[in-house]
Design a binder for this molecule. Structure first.
Ligand code: NAD
Length: 400
């Protein structure tokens, strides 16, 4: 029986596992490796970081997806992949041998080498770092109570991409709670979002962008576009506005300027850029048809734009599904057409009851968009985690 190793239980890896177990339980022995015992919904990390949801709401046990008759789960850190010996080196366990490998090792924060960003800004890439952000904010509020220093009431989000905007929305929603901790009114908590580009959300039309801008304005968010961050000093964001370099003092600085794929890709000798490998049409690695690379460590070229598709949960899930199908067909000696991605659109939430985005070719905004966003989240939970996870972690607070 063929050995399949799946590295990473994020959206891509776990969906591949789910589909492989369903489609071909008798064909493979599977080993799944992840550093955590739980899967987390990476798209919802901002809620844990802001403290609007507990971490339990966006995580579930990997074992809930694993069929122990087919799959062995190893909780460990992947150090390196050796394509020549077909082995995966782990930090604490003996190497895992494979006939087919599925790499879905996910993303890390990208600082673009900006000085001090790693040391002095808080990253938001996993459950631990999101929890740390919330603890940091709570701590800052307590410090304000002691010192009355206004820097403790200031929160800066670096980067106004989808992640930054969604985080800002959750911070706004959590303001009341922060104010209580600090003994101030919610208006005294100041939220900044610093963005290098002159405008935000270039993928959306004016109507949607204006909706977002209007909401941010209504909530008194200081959106600083055209401000490229040059460095982060302790409790200070250094940015350039035109030719002028300025500093913004704040006790809480959160880094959301973009992501890269796992360091393991470079460590393992793959031809990568920022941790992403341009894959073949069947999602295999160039020169290694026994290795599939999926999710945020993969770059799939969009033939229309001649650029890689953006890394999203949506494409990661589709890649996971495709890989399982491809592998099953392969074992049966059948061919599979190349991976084709058709985006279903993207919807960004700003807080629990506001959202905006595109569903197919239709723009949506406001409460209906928020409803759609929750349905998208529930669908994704159901398709990988099943009824149990959607009942426990689904979003049914639709009439907020
Ligand atoms: P991103 O790359 O999309 O956005 C990062 C932002 O930071 C950009 O606007 C960029 O101009 C800005 N930036 C970069 N360097 C800067 C600097 N030095 N100073 C100031 N600003 C700087 O990254 P992201 O928001 O983390 O998103 C990553 C991927 O995940 C994207 O493909 C995104 O579409 C996807 N995503 C989707 C959703 C959703 O569908 N709801 C939510 C979150 C993320």
């Amino acid at each position: 029986m063929k050995e399949v190793a799946i590295l990473g239980a994020g959206y891509a890896g776990l969906r591949a596992l789910h589909e492989l177990q369903k489609k071909a339980a008798g064909e493979f022995r599977i080993t799944l490796v992840d550093r955590n015992a739980y899967h987390y919904e990476a798209t919802d990390l901002h809620e844990v970081a802001a403290g609007t949801q507990p971490k339990e709401k966006i995580t579930y046990d990997i074992k809930d997806v694993v069929n122990p008759k087919v799959t062995t789960f190893i909780q460990d850190e992947v150090v390196k992949i050796n394509p020549d010996t077909k082995e995966v080196e782990l930090k604490n366990n003996k190497p895992v041998r494979y006939d087919y490998l599925i790499i879905g090792l996910g993303f890390r924060s990208e600082t673009f080498g900006i000085p001090g960003a790693e040391e002095n800004a808080l990253e938001m890439v996993n459950i631990d770092s999101a929890v740390k952000i919330y603890e940091h904010i709570q701590d800052a509020m307590a410090k304000y109570k002691e010192t009355k220093d206004k820097k403790y009431l200031k929160l800066v989000v670096c980067g106004a991409g989808f992640t930054g905007i969604e985080l800002v929305g959750s911070l706004v929603e959590a303001k009341k709670g922060y104010a209580k901790l600090a003994g101030v009114t919610p208006d005294e908590i100041e939220i900044y979002c610093v963005e290098a580009a002159p405008t935000i959300l270039p993928m959306f039309n004016d109507e949607l962008t204006n909706y977002c801008l209007k909401q941010l304005d209504k909530w008194n968010v200081h959106l600083m576009t055209g401000c490229a961050i040059k460095g982060i000093k302790p409790e200070h964001v250094v940015y350039a506005n035109g030719d002028v370099e300025k500093e913004l003092e704040a006790a809480t600085i959160i880094w959301t300027t973009g992501v890269s794929g796992s360091f393991v890709m470079g460590e393992s000798g793959f031809d990568e850029r920022r941790g992403r490998v341009v894959v073949n049409e069947d999602l295999t690695a160039p020169g290694h048809d026994d290795i599939y690379i999926i999710g945020d460590v993969a770059a799939v070229m969009d033939k229309e734009s001649n650029r890689p598709y953006p890394t999203t949960a949506q494409i990661a899930l589709k890649m996971g599904e495709y890989t399982a199908k491809h592998l099953v067909n392969r074992i049966k000696g059948q061919s599979t057409p190349g991976f084709v991605f058709k985006s279903a659109g993207s919807v960004a939430s700003i807080g629990n009851t506001h959202a905006f985005g595109m569903v197919g070719k239709t723009g949506v905004k406001g409460y209906p968009a928020s409803f759609i966003k929750k349905m998208i989240m529930n669908k994704s939970l159901y398709e990988t985690g099943g009824v149990k996870e959607v009942m426990a972690k689904g979003r049914f607070d639709l009439y907020h």
